[in-house]
Design a protein around this ligand. Structure first.
Ligand SMILES: Cc1cc2nc3c(=O)[nH]c(=O)nc-3n(C[C@H](O)[C@H](O)[C@H](O)COP(=O)(O)O)c2cc1C
Length: 208
């Protein structure tokens, strides 16, 4: 099912802004690769949005489709997920401008201040949940919390996908992800600066 094009001043034709809502049979396509850098958007109990990048996002179940990530206990992301039971995974493409903005969203701003707005990222309403999608990201997974577990100052969050959408130009004819348009990212860590690797073209291998 297609949603209407989203107006974007830098893209009057609308091809960048247009999001395709994926049916459940196509959700798996946007969890390939099985882990990729995301900006997690949440809202607090009063509905105020928050954004932060997370590298530790991984698909943990295919059926039902579930993803997990870990966060610091007491961080805004953790507190918001604990309070609302919802989070959005906004999948990031490799490219210097967007990755610079991703790093800005990691700045520890006071609770209630939206890091996405601070980084110049554009909110789009979600399909099913309260946290917003971010226009500059190539795909969006909307999740409701399945369970959380805190240990050693960390919290592991497992969520169940309840809706998904992607940029039209990142999807092929069967709604499969078009690798060279999406350009998913892995994060190398932050020692001495942040480094990112674009994920390469998938190579099919068949065992004899
Ligand atoms: C590229 C990138 C990836 C990150 N990945 C993680 C991660 O996987 N887990 C984590 O706890 N923090 C991660 N961080 C740090 C958090 O984004 C950061 O602590 C942030 O301030 C948390 O924000 P919040 O308080 O709004 O939740 C990452 C930072 C960057 C720049």
């Amino acid at each position: 099912m297609s949603r209407p094009a989203t107006p974007n001043p830098e893209d009057p034709a609308g091809s960048f802004g247009e999001r395709v809502e994926l049916g459940p049979g196509d959700w798996l396509a946007v969890t390939r690769p099985t882990s990729a850098l995301s900006i997690v958007t949440t809202v607090d109990a009063d509905g105020r949005p928050n954004a932060a990048p997370f590298a530790t996002v991984v698909r943990v179940s295919q059926e039902p489709l579930q993803l997990a990530f870990t966060c610091t206990e007491g961080s805004d992301t953790c507190a918001n997920v604990q309070a609302t039971g919802q989070f959005m995974l906004n999948l990031v493409s490799h490219g210097e401008d967007l990755l610079r903005r991703v790093v800005i969203t990691a700045e520890p701003l006071p609770s209630g201040i939206d890091e996405a707005a601070h980084a110049g990222l554009t909110p789009l309403p979600a399909i099913r949940i309260r946290p917003p999608r971010l226009l500059e990201c190539y795909a969006h997974l909307e999740l409701e919390t399945e369970w959380l577990k805190s240990w050693s100052g960390r919290c592991m969050v497992v969520g169940r996908v309840v809706a998904a959408s992607a940029r039209r130009d990142c999807l092929g004819p069967d709604n499969e992800l078009v690798w060279k348009e999406a350009r998913p990212v892995h994060y190398w860590g932050g020692t001495g600066g942040h480094s990112f690797t674009p994920l390469g073209t998938p190579m099919p291998v068949v065992a004899d």
